[in-house]
Design a protein around this ligand. Structure first.
Ligand code: GPW
Length: 803
């Protein structure tokens, strides 16, 4: 597309869609028109990709996830299509601010945090590697709530992201399917003496797919993210007479559950899970029928991935279709199902492990329940005599009145993986050890990754351009090529240029901070960033305690040498998570206190940015000097913001948790600040039960002063919240060992501040972090999933063998 063609197209679309002339258009119209042009640009490739897969009967993977978090798509699609520079300069020549046009787009925020973002990074990488992999999920009418601070408290507002339309999606009426809930199922004998399930009084809902193209980077692959929305089928219209009854149905895909790593166990959530799973599996089977292959070979063409346990019903739903619709035997159906399914575990935190009340499943999903019962019965029967009874009881699916979804996933799939080495090892040795005894060959690790296309190329153009200038552009396709930057560790000119790029990004963020919060920050201060969901285990409170310590040090000794620092937070708390909300309030009040204290004289600033989401992350990450990754060891399965920040040259302050361990191995001890309890030490405390927060408090006057600040009025306006925080640390004995890690944390922070003054040393560390970040590209992660778990390939290597 030439720029003349682009302008012509733009002019026509603005005219046709808005009855306006280009000259009078605002960024809103421009965004829609450019979106339409971009979609038209990849429409052909999208169709061709689907045709190619169909004609080649290509084996494909389907990533089932209850969350996807792509963020904005205009810039990333332009970049993938190689149109970014042309479109940007043309738009600017036409007299518009390109940034303003980009800012029109609502984030697609159909996810909470790491888990949903990982799913979106994976889709980007699959397409960019020309791998045949698709997404399957829910098209929520409302994404994750918008966060506002009112008087320092989090307030949640609805995210009506579809209000102004969605240029990227395509509604596919002809591919709708029916999903059935409730009713009774009984077994009826057929003529040939078999028993077949017959259902009556089911509620039938219509699932309508909306497809979004996932555009590969500089290739012609466009894969599909298919999201399902609920509707009342015409045949059922009569049954839902009142508006309330219709609302009940439409509620199903109305809102994303805003709980991160916390199981709510509500009926609507269970219905959401079955809804997108059943629709997705039916749509896969319908597609497979087009290949005209026997059902007994479906496992050669289909790989289904279960992203955490939320889509666990994939297993009984696939069984249902093979048994009830294709009349396959149980054994044959089970063999096919297990060989198609694979599962990723994302946490070892007990409160996140899904369990559903047996009665709820039995009543609302009766056929699922029957099949799960039978899977459980056969599991127990087959293992009895071969393994100790207590092991069988601990690993079976149905225990008491609950259905254990992780157990179902492991038993019903051929692969279970964790998301970082440490996490996968803990699964084998502790959390899922019983299963590891049963199925050692099923366990494997796939360390998470990120897409540098979004998180570096797109979000940080100053750095990306500098990398190009220094080592060429190959890293954009082969991220490990960034390692070549190691040759410039001692090159002063290069180091200075990198420092300038960082400075430019810090300036841009400082502007944004001032515009949105009225706080002025100095771009030469350390930008210290902690961005992630608010959770006790992630220990934002530990960060806050260190801030308070710095504050008291300065108050006591205003003349002391102090390296100026800006602490930047971004975090949403689940609306029902009162403790997390108390921490938000406390951070905001501490910010207020410090930012306005004349004695501090701008040497410390605390900034809590509202509504942390993907597009805000894209602003913050390029400007970070320091990356806070301070979860208690064993609690963060992997983390992915650690990788994004590292890639952008931030230095990590890290506990030995999740993927931090692998980051340290990559950059070397001297290029990361590690501290805190190790995995072994944490487990030792658990075994010996001898942790005493009170004892630590009693012996350390600094800790006393910091903790007392929460209850003695030092931090204003947090009577209730301060008390709750204080009690969590002392009365309830500090579940995440903050007091134990506090002193070493302060020590590495002091060291860091000193090192920051040595600009050359710091800049070298920063460069090394970027240079070594290539291995955390999700391009490689996805390739390992493709090779080890899904057996998918760009050119179908398995085809010869089959035909
Ligand atoms: F609890 N993660 C998340 F395991 O973002 F399901 N939401 C969740 O509900 C869960 C996990 C769940 C995160 C992990 O906390 C993080 O460590 C990991 O990097 C990320 O998933 C992607 O694997």
């Amino acid at each position: 597309m030439t720029r003349e063609e682009f302008i012509e197209d733009l002019r026509n679309r603005v005219r046709e869609s808005f009855a306006m002339e280009l000259e009078t258009a605002t960024p809103n119209e421009l965004f829609v028109a450019i979106g339409q042009i971009v979609r038209a640009c990849y429409a052909k490739s999208w169709h061709n990709t689907r045709q190619r897969y169909l004609v080649n009967k290509q084996r494909q993977s389907y990533y089932f996830s209850i969350e996807f978090l792509p963020g904005r798509m205009l810039k990333s699609n332009l970049m993938s299509l190689g149109l970014l520079d042309m479109v940007r300069s043309t738009v600017e020549e036409l007299g518009f601010e390109f940034e303003e046009v980009l800012n029109v787009e609502n984030d697609m925020a159909l996810g909470n945090g790491g888990l949903g973002r990982l799913a979106s990074c994976f889709l980007d990488c699959l397409a960019s590697r020309e791998l045949p992999g698709n997404g399957n999920g829910i098209r929520y009418d409302y994404g994750l709530f918008k966060q506002q601070f009112v008087d320092g408290y989090q307030v949640e507002l609805p995210d009506a992201w579809l209000k102004s339309g969605n240029v990227w999606e395509v509604r596919r009426e002809s591919e709708a399917v029916e999903v059935r809930f409730g009713g009774n199922v009984y077994m009826q004998p057929t003529k040939d003496g078999k028993l077949k399930p017959v259902a009556e009084n089911e509620r039938i809902l219509r699932a309508i797919p909306y497809d979004t193209g996932v555009v590969g980077y500089h290739n012609d692959t466009v894969n599909t993210l298919r999201l399902w929305s609920v509707e009342v089928p015409e045949s059922e219209e009569g049954k839902y007479r009142s508006i309330e009854e219709r609302r009940m149905v439409e509620d199903l895909t109305a809102v994303l559950y805003p709980d991160d790593s916390n199981e709510q166990g509500r009926l609507t959530r269970l219905s959401q899970e079955y809804f997108f799973v059943s629709a997705g599996i039916q749509s896969i089977v319908r597609y497979y029928k087009k290949l005209k292959m026997p059902i007994s070979r479906i496992n050669e063409y289909v790989a289904i991935h279960i992203n955490d346990t939320h889509p666990a019903l994939c297993i009984p739903e696939m069984m249902r279709i093979l048994l009830d619709e294709f009349d396959l035997s149980w054994e044959k159906s089970w063999g096919l199902t297990v060989s198609m399914m694979s599962y990723t575990n994302h946490t070892i935190m007990q409160e996140a492990l899904e369990k559903w009340p047996l009665q709820m499943v039995k009543y609302h999903l009766p056929r699922m329940f029957q099949i799960i019962e039978e899977i459980d019965r056969r599991f127990v029967t087959n293992l009895t005599g071969l393994y100790p009874d207590d092991l069988i009881q601990r690993t079976r699916i149905i225990q008491g009145d609950q259905i254990h979804m992780a157990n179902l996933c492991i038993i019903g799939s051929h692969s279970t993986n964790g998301v970082a080495k440490l996490h996968s090892d803990l699964l084998k040795s502790v959390v899922l050890h019983d299963f590891y005894v049963l199925y050692p060959e099923r366990f494997n690790n796939k360390t998470n990754g990120i897409t540098q296309r979004r998180w570096l190329q797109q979000a940080n153009e100053p750095l990306a351009n500098l990398i190009d200038k220094t080592i060429g552009t190959s890293w954009r396709k082969e991220p490990t090529d960034m390692e070549r930057l190691m040759n410039y560790c001692e090159d002063n000119e290069v180091l200075v240029a990198f420092e300038q790029a960082k400075q430019q990004n810090k300036l841009a963020l400082a502007k944004y901070i001032e515009k949105t919060t009225n706080i002025k920050v100095q771009p030469n201060a350390i930008f210290d960033v902690q961005i992630k969901r608010l959770h006790a285990y992630k220990r934002q409170l530990l960060n806050l305690m260190h801030i308070l310590k710095c504050y008291f040090d300065l108050k006591d000794n205003p003349e002391m040498d102090f390296v100026p620092r800006v602490w930047i937070f971004g975090a949403k708390a689940a609306p029902s998570y009162t403790y997390a909300k108390a921490i938000i309030k406390a951070i905001n009040e501490v910010a207020n206190l410090i930012n306005h204290d004349p004695i501090i004289n701008d040497r410390m600033k605390v900034v809590f940015l509202e509504n942390y989401n993907v597009s805000l992350a894209e602003r913050i990450i390029p400007a970070a000097d320091v990356s806070e990754q301070i979860s208690l060891a064993t609690k963060e399965a992997s983390g992915t913001s650690n990788m994004k920040l590292m890639s952008n040259g931030a230095i990590t302050v890290a506990t030995m948790d999740g993927a931090n361990v692998e980051i340290r191995a990559a950059v070397g001890d001297e290029n990361i600040y590690t501290f805190g309890l190790t995995e072994e030490e944490v487990y030792r405390y658990y075994e010996q039960g001898n942790y005493s927060a009170q004892a630590i408090y009693d012996q350390d006057p600094v800790i006393q002063r910091v903790l007392n600040a929460f209850v003695d009025g030092t931090i204003p306006n947090i009577q209730r919240e301060g008390q709750e925080i204080f009690d969590s640390l002392l009365r309830y004995n500090d579940e995440f060992f903050l007091l134990k890690d506090f002193v070493p944390y302060c020590q590495v922070q002091a060291k860091l501040s000193q090192d920051y003054l040595n600009r050359e040393k710091w800049q070298k560390m920063s460069l090394i972090n970027t240079a070594k970040s290539g291995i955390f590209s999700a391009d490689y992660t996805v390739q390992r999933y493709a090779d080890d778990i899904w057996q998918i390939a760009p050119v179908d290597l398995h085809k010869e063998k089959r035909n």
